[in-house]
Design a protein. Structure first.
Lengths: 139, 123
């Protein structure tokens, strides 16, 4: 009598792969969100003839609560110039753009010192705005 | 189904991660230079939430644009076109942006005049 040896197939469960990919994706997204500014609450002021920045070296945000952030990290306004300087380094003029994102209702008491700090660090301001609504557009 | 869900998630993530960057570039001269420029015949604009002053004369918001254009059109050199902007502490950013846009469109170069608080202790 001949007994055939049982062959055991080693396969990757394909149904579980989707779940694994999904969990990996959530993990990567959470890591990425901790580094960006999407969690900051601010509404841009309006402007006309808006242009895209040529480059971006740093980003300063002042949110709804008048809190300043440099590249998504909270920063004291007094320390902003000192923290910006190493980010801008010795870049030539025209390549020292600092994105400036301020909530539209923040008052001068908070945003003017930030502008001064960017200027002191030799940064070139780029106010991030949204296009003003066209008054002639149909409602 | 898994592939579809995956592609949908990626699509939504890409959509959500696009942050606005359009805006207006502004060159604020370095503070060291400001002192020299202020000694020349620069224009001083005072900003409050309701009115604007040009060299101390108050104007309604609607009158500001033609007046500043008129003043700056007479200025020939870059140093003369410097506009020293002094804002009240309660001026909102939206208003500040609108006014500086008018000044820059009229050919002005905005510099800021920021008051510093100093505490002097008298013995």
């Amino acid at each position: 009598m001949i007994l055939r040896r049982k062959t055991i197939e080693a396969t990757v469960p394909s149904m579980a792969m989707g779940d694994i990919a999904f969990l990996l994706l959530i993990f990567i997204v959470l890591l990425a969100r901790a580094r960006d500014e999407s969690h900051l609450v601010w509404q841009p002021a309006t402007g006309t003839e808006l242009v895209k920045p040529v480059n971006k070296n740093a980003s300063v945000v002042i949110d709804k609560q008048n809190v300043a952030y440099l590249n998504g990290r909270p920063v004291q306004l007094e320390n902003l110039a000192a923290e910006l300087k190493p980010l801008l380094g010795n870049l030539p003029a025209g390549s020292r753009t600092v994105l400036f994102k301020v909530h539209k209702d923040v008052i001068a008491e908070f945003f003017e010192p930030a502008i001064e700090a960017v200027s002191k660090a030799g940064g070139e301001l780029h106010h991030v705005l949204e296009p003003a609504p066209n008054p002639s557009a149909p409602r | 189904m898994n592939d579809i869900a995956f592609i949908l998630i990626v699509f939504f993530l890409v959509c959500a991660s696009v942050e606005p960057e359009d805006g207006r570039s502004q060159v604020i001269p370095r503070s060291e230079k400001n002192e020299d420029q202020q000694t020349s015949q620069s224009t001083e604009v005072g900003l409050t939430p309701a009115i604007v002053t040009i060299d101390g004369t108050p104007y309604q918001l609607g009158e500001f644009q033609p007046r500043i254009r008129q003043i700056l059109s007479r200025k020939k050199t870059e140093a003369e076109r410097v506009v020293v902007l002094k804002s009240q502490a309660d001026v909102p950013y939206q208003h500040w942006i609108a006014m500086t846009e008018i000044i820059e469109r009229a050919g002005g170069i905005v510099t800021l005049l920021i008051e510093e608080e100093q505490t002097i202790q008298i013995n």
